[in-house]
Design a protein. Sequence first.
Length: 553
Amino acid sequence: MLLELNIKNFAIIEDLSVEFQKGLNVITGETGSGKSIIIDALSIVLGQRVSKDIIKTGKDFAYIEAVFTLYNEETREILNENSIETEDLIVISKEIKKDRPSITKVNGRTVTTNTLSKITSKLIDVFAQHESVSLMNPNNQKDLIDSFGDKNHRANLELIREKIDKLHMLEKEYIEKSSDEKEKDREIDLLKYQIDEIESASLTKEDGEEIELELKKLLNISTITKDLESAIGIIKSNYDSFNIEDSLDNVISNISAVASYDDILRESYNELENIRYTLSDVTLNLESYISNIDYNQETLAFLEDRVNTVNTLKKKYGNSIDDINNYLVEIKERLDFLLNYDEELQKMEKRINVLKEEILIVSKEVSLERRHIADFLEESVKDELRQLNISNARFKVDMSLKEISKDGIDNIIFMISTNLGEDFKSLAKTASGGEMSRIMLGFKSIIAKKDNISTLIFDEIDTGISGKTAQIVGNKIKTLSKDRQVIAISHLPQIVSLADAHYLIEKEEFDGKTSSNVQKLNETRKVEELARLIGGYDITEKAMDAAREMLQK
């Protein structure tokens, strides 16, 4: 249940803290005192979108904090899945700043709106006046029916959505491939030409960098020969009686004579010997390379033509040999499809029809489950409405078939007859304001039982009712509060008098600023506030007596 709500710098509230208790908590106050602002603040900390305009004038931030008891394992599992510490309390906070994004935290850990909604949906249900309008929307009526479904029902709904997405992709692909015959023939001719052009080139891995290097070598053969011969000449030829090989032999001979005197000299001798052999090998390799150079004009022409062919294919079909070969595989598959056009389209049609049949089977199962839920809801709602003094009310869920879509094959409309002898009409067209409030209260009662939600909040559920009906609605709310916490904003004495805890919101003006404050009323103040609701601005002794009597009852 909701233990505590703390609000700072929100609208006309500067610093407000409310501690709620078990049972029925009622909030009253003059129009404009800030009653609904409390519900707005609570809705925002629970995940509703927020505008920075709500920050109190002159302040840089607004802060809202709600403290709940952790009372069920399902909520604990959600917290654990999101690495949120689980203790006896759940502390949800939201900080709204003018110059940066809002931050929401659960037990000190920042969470996304999606994660927050998963948590709060198990803790609390807020009914504000606009929800009556929401219930009149047939799409929301269908969602309400589905909310009563079990895991299998929800899995089937998700399966329908997945299969519909797959169906749309297949149908789109079918349309794209179902081009006219002339376009198909043109594409076949183009593909055949491309396949022939690539295959006739007989590309190999060597057609990549290797062939370009070979061509580059042949184009520079004279330069290579000239430079290599010059290098060999320097090594072997005499120049001013200097020859690298002979000079190196003399060096080795001199060191050889003294190498036995020191290990360091021996190492130097061995290294020079290795250099001499290496130099000899290098010279032989260079001489062999020159002697084996085969400059052939035909080879050069072949290589130039090959490189041009490969570069042409790269410009058309890919940046590398692998890219070109991959493209060849793709166009062969496409050509195979076009050459077997009718057969391939028939295969796609069959896949589409099989998928449609699968969707229909699951949709029928969903529809059957919706009918079972609708039967339960019809009886439950009728019973609730009778308890709420709409004694002749009849309620039914009208289901009709529609074209298959992501939510199945059902059109769903809530129908109601509130008076004896009247035909059923759409809920959106028949219910008055007072009736709508009671109908919503009936639905909330049923949903609360289903979801095992520990806290229900009603923001002026008593709109449009009075007298005996108000007393009946109050008794219903009181009954709900026996099994769970109920917080109600009300202006009706019949409901306020049933409160286990009564809170008064008052607007104060100080130093040119307006602010709202809340206080929990003691027994004396309860009588006074109830008398105000009964008698208006001037509280008479008769109003006080009436208030005491209502509280005693």
